[in-house]
Design a protein around this ligand. Sequence first.
Ligand SMILES: *[C@@H]1O[C@H](CO)[C@@H](O)[C@H](O)[C@H]1NC(C)=O
Ligand SMILES: *[C@@H]1O[C@H](CO)[C@@H](O)[C@H](O)[C@H]1NC(C)=O
Ligand SMILES: *[C@@H]1O[C@H](CO)[C@@H](O)[C@H](O)[C@H]1NC(C)=O
Ligand SMILES: *[C@@H]1O[C@H](CO)[C@@H](O)[C@H](O)[C@H]1NC(C)=O
Ligand SMILES: *[C@@H]1O[C@H](CO)[C@@H](O)[C@H](O)[C@H]1NC(C)=O
Ligand SMILES: *[C@@H]1O[C@H](CO)[C@@H](O)[C@H](O)[C@H]1NC(C)=O
Ligand SMILES: *[C@@H]1O[C@H](CO)[C@@H](O)[C@H](O)[C@H]1NC(C)=O
Ligand SMILES: [Cu+2]
Length: 581
Amino acid sequence: MVQALHSKSSFFTCLLALSLIAVLSSNVEAVTHRHKWEVNYGYKSPDCYKKLAITINGESPGPTIHAQQGDTIVVELNNALFSENVAVHWHGIRQIGTPWSDGTEAVTQCPIMPGDTFIYKFVVDKSNTMNMQAGTYLYHAHYGMQLTAGLYGFIIVSVPDGVLEPFVYDHDRSIILKDWYHASTYEQATGLSSIPFGWVGEPQSLLINGKGRFNCSLLDSSVCNAKNPECSPYSLTVVPGGRYRLRIGSLASLSAMSFEIEGHNMTVVEADGNYVEPFETKHLYINSGETYSVLVKADQDSSRNYWITANVVGRKPSTPTGLAIFNYYPNHRHKKPPTVPTTGPLWNDTASQLAQSRAIKAHHDFVHSPPPRSDRMIVLLNTQNKINGYYHWSLNNRSLTLPATPYLISLKQNFNGAFDQNPPPDSYDVENYDIYSVHDNVNTTSSNAIYSIKFNSTVDIILQNANSMTTGNSETHPWHMHGHDFWVLGFGNGTKFDMVNDPKGFNLVNPIMKNTVPLYPYGWTALRVRTDNPGVWIFHCHIEPHLFMGMGIVFEAGVEKVGKLPKSIMGCGETKRLINP
Ligand SMILES: *[C@@H]1O[C@H](CO)[C@@H](O)[C@H](O)[C@H]1NC(C)=O
Ligand SMILES: *[C@@H]1O[C@H](CO)[C@@H](O)[C@H](O)[C@H]1NC(C)=O
Ligand SMILES: *[C@@H]1O[C@H](CO)[C@@H](O)[C@H](O)[C@H]1NC(C)=O
Ligand SMILES: *[C@@H]1O[C@H](CO)[C@@H](O)[C@H](O)[C@H]1NC(C)=O
Ligand SMILES: *[C@@H]1O[C@H](CO)[C@@H](O)[C@H](O)[C@H]1NC(C)=O
Ligand SMILES: *[C@@H]1O[C@H](CO)[C@@H](O)[C@H](O)[C@H]1NC(C)=O
Ligand SMILES: *[C@@H]1O[C@H](CO)[C@@H](O)[C@H](O)[C@H]1NC(C)=O
Ligand SMILES: [Cu+2]
C-alpha cells in the first residue's frame, strides 16, 4: 500500500490503513495514517509579496494531520531541499516509547540530509493516561530557522468514537497564525550570529491560515501583486445560529498576538490538548507554540460579515493587523465588513495578558492533581548576554549550543566526549542579582552541557525573567517543553521569585497542564513536571531567533530505559561509526 519512496509526486497520501499491530481495547481499532511528504523550496506570496519559502508537498502551511487518540502516524519525509538538512518536530506529542521520533535535530536525531527519506512513526496517545492526547497540536521544522521559512502545520487529534468531550459544537474549524518576514531565513540567521549584530526586526505581515496582506503600492507587481489570489484573505464561513469549535494555534517566529472576532465573544475550552474550565473572553492572547480551542456562536446580525483580527502584543508593534473574514452565509465570502478592523488591546497591557494566563485552569472533570511537593527545584534566570562580542540568550549564565552528535545517541552509547559533561547550575545568585538593571554577565559561557534528572521524579522549574541588554526592557518568552506536559503552578507579576513565600501561593488544586507557557517581563513562571518519559528533551523559548541565540536547556531522564535506537536517526558526528563500523 505504500508508494515508492523516491516518488516526486507533489501531493500527499493519507491511507487510512487498518493496522494489524495495535488494538487499544477490545473493540477499538487503532488506525495507521500514512503521509508522504516532500519538503522543498517554493515561491510563495502569502501576503502578496513573492519570496522563497520551505514547503511540504508544495504547501505552506503544510497539510493538517488528522487522527484519533491512539492512532499511529507515519510520515515518510523526503528532503528535496537540495542545499540544506531538515528535521520536523511534532509539537505537543509526547513520543512515549519513541523519543527518537521527536524530530529535534542534535537532540533526538541527526538531520535528514538532502535527497534522503526519513520515516517518523509515533502514536498519538499518552498511554500513561495521565492526561488526554485528544486535542490540538502542531508540527514544525526544528532545524536552523526553517520554521520561519514556512515549514509548519496542525495535528488534530479527535477523541475515540463514543467518547464525549466536556462541551458541544456543530462544526470544527481551525486557524493557524504566523508572522511573516520578507528577508530570507539565511540572512536572518547570519545577522543574529554576526558582529555587528543584525536583529530580525518586526515581521512584515501576520498570516491567518497562511494569508496576509502587505502594502504593494510602492513595489513592482512582479514582486508584490495585490491581485494575487494566494493572498486573498482567509474567510471562515458560518451558518447563522451555528456553534463553532475554533482551534487556534500559533507558530509565529517572534510575535505574541491577540486574536479577536469582531462582535463575538469566545469561550476558551482547550489549551495545548488539555480541557480548560470554560471562560469567556473578547480577545485571546496566544504565544508561539500555544494552541487553544474556543467556542463561538454565530448569533449576531447575519446580514453582514465581521473582521477576524490578529494583532501583535508584547513588543511595540510595527506590523499591520492580520485580517480574515468571519463570513455569515449567504453573504459573499470576500464581502468586506462595513467597519474598521480593531488594532486590539494595548500591546503593553501585560496585566491583561497575565490575567488571561491566570484564568486558564483545568476543567473540573479533568483535573490531574500535581504531586504535593517536588524532589528538585531548578531556577532558570533568563538573560541576554554578550559572549566574545556576540549576542546570546542564557539560562544561569549558560547559552545553549548544540553538539555534532545528538544527545540521545551519545547518552545511549556512552560517548562521553560528545558534549560537555559538567552539568549547568540549578540556580543563580538569587540574593544579589538585580533583575531590573542591565548586566554585562561577563561570566556567561556557551555550553552544550545538559541536566540529568532522576527518572519518575517531580521537578519544579522556576523561570525568572530579567532586564535584557536594553535599559528598561524585559521581553516575553514562551517556553515550550518536549516530551511532557507540565502543571502551571503560578505567575509572578513583575517581581523576583521569593523562595519562601511564593510557593505558598502555588495552585495545586486545579492547575492547567500545558506544553508551552509565557514568561512575562520581569516576572516569573512556576512549573511542575513529572519526568515519566524516558529520553532526552529540549525545553526552550519558542521565539525562533531566541532559540537560535541559545535560549534553551536540554535534560535527560531515564535514558537507560529507552529501547533500541533506530539506525535511521544516525549518520552524523560520532554516530557515523555506528552505521559504518
Ligand atoms: C500603501 O502605501 C501607500 C504609499 O506609502 C499609501 O499611500 C497607502 O495609503 C497605503 N495603503 C494602505 C492600505 O495602507
Ligand atoms: C461579550 O462579553 C462581554 C463581557 O462579558 C459582554 O458585555 C458582551 O455583551 C458580550 N458580547 C456578546 C456579543 O455576547
Ligand atoms: C504603552 O505603549 C504606549 C505606546 O505604544 C505608551 O504610550 C504607553 O505609555 C505605554 N503604557 C505603559 C503602561 O507602559
Ligand atoms: C501587578 O502589579 C502591579 C504593581 O504592583 C499592579 O498595579 C497590578 O494590578 C498587578 N497586576 C496583576 C494582574 O496582578
Ligand atoms: C553568572 O555570572 C555573574 C557574573 O557575571 C555572577 O554574578 C553570577 O553568580 C553567575 N551565575 C551563575 C549561576 O553562575
Ligand atoms: C567570573 O568568574 C571568575 C572565575 O570564576 C571570577 O574570578 C570572577 O569574579 C567572576 N566575575 C564576576 C563578575 O562574577
Ligand atoms: C513512578 O512513580 C509512581 C509514584 O511514585 C509509582 O507509582 C510508579 O510505579 C513509578 N513508575 C515507574 C515506572 O517507576
Ligand atoms: Cu516545539
